[in-house]
Design a binder for this molecule. Sequence first.
Ligand code: NDP
Length: 444
Amino acid sequence: MSYCQNVLEYVIRRNPHEPEFLQAVTEVLSSLEYVTSVHTEYENIGILERFVEPERQIIFRVPWMSDNGNVNVNRGFRVQFNSAIGPYKGGLRFHPSVNVGIMKFLAFEQILKNSLTGLSIGGGKGGSDFDPKGKSDNEVMRFCQSFMTELYRHVGGDMDVPAGDIGVGAREIGFLYGQYKRIRNVYEGVLTGKGIAYGGSLGRTEATGYGLVYFLEEMLKERNTDVKGKKVVISGSGNVAIYAAKKIYELGGTVVAMSDSNGYIFNKNGVDLDSLQVGKEIERKRISQCFAGGSGTDYIENCNDIWSVKCDIALPSATENEIDGKSAEMLAGNGCIAVAEGANMPCTPEAVKIFMENNVIFGPAKAANAGGVATSALEMQQNSMRTSWTFEEVDARLKQIMQNIYKKSSEAAKKYGCAGNLLAGADIAGFLKVADAMIAQGIV
Ligand code: NDP
């Protein structure tokens, strides 16, 4: 049995109730087979055994009071997975599905993603099973204050710098930051995704979506084509989805379908993004309520059916495992030429296999959606320098970073004998830098 297979068995034995974490580790270790067969020294120093075990995981109680006086108790998490190349960095997710296995999968992926950006950031992730949907602003504020009243002990500008993720946007980051500052009495860049008035970076809101499309552009160059004139399906209608759609329109593509967790909208001439953005970002409506009847937009209840819509490009940007084998077959059968992951692990392993077998270019999340965290790291740099860059400056750096990530992933795949496989290439390129740092720092 190979070193990677041995380590995988060990991880399966020790984490039997964490399917998403096991899925992520299985995928990464299968890519690392290409590397460990060359770097046989890794086994003697237990690199992989250490790489798959978080440095620290924190679970805590988050009590808070509803507007009607009821007391609620949620569970808070922060997984500090790997700090070999920099302070832990990774978002906070507020969603009822959050549990320790999901936090570990996201933090594990984050190590490689952050390494690929070329910036000095380690991997972490956190969140809570709290659901902000349907809560008043005051309830969200009380929850965030309670969450930070515990989390503040474990984070800091040079230690661990969380950001947003599902359910954590500008409003939540503001409340979390306010409470951190109140408790610690320091004004430091402990969170990214902050408002511009208090240390945020221009371009951070757009970064993951824009970065996804910059990465897509590099993928399409492989086929000597570009976004112009292409029909695009984007799942989700949150931060990643909205700004990916915006960039697609800017580049001359048409977004024909978008979704939320209840259903999807379809418009053959292109979804009206302005109405969607106001409905989702400002009015916090369901996607079904964002369009008036007769606007040419149809609403279909059942978000998973979005993958039956015929398109040239698919950008899954909602959540994990949203494209299964059946959906992947539909996409490939309908002539889709490229899939780039805006969400984390939105395609099941079966779906990825189908894309590769059908010559659909596949851009894996840890490379394709790294623009958000990369721009978060740029926010950290600006905070440290007590300066702020223009939108154009940040956007230009983001584009350059995404092009570099594509190049690194593609070159690593070539070098280690899996040319064209961007998934393996991204895993390998991300891992080698972390492994070098871990080796240099001894057995820690
Ligand atoms: P948001 O909360 O802004 O939006 C999430 C969107 O996905 C919403 O439309 C939501 O619908 C939908 N969604 C969430 N859960 C499900 C589900 N179980 N089934 C179907 N739809 C669902 O989150 P983001 O846009 O920030 O994040 C989306 C994805 O991108 C996540 O995987 C996240 O980890 C990843 N990501 C985000 C980054 C960022 O910078 N924001 C950076 C890198 C990755 P509804 O409103 O109905 O819940």
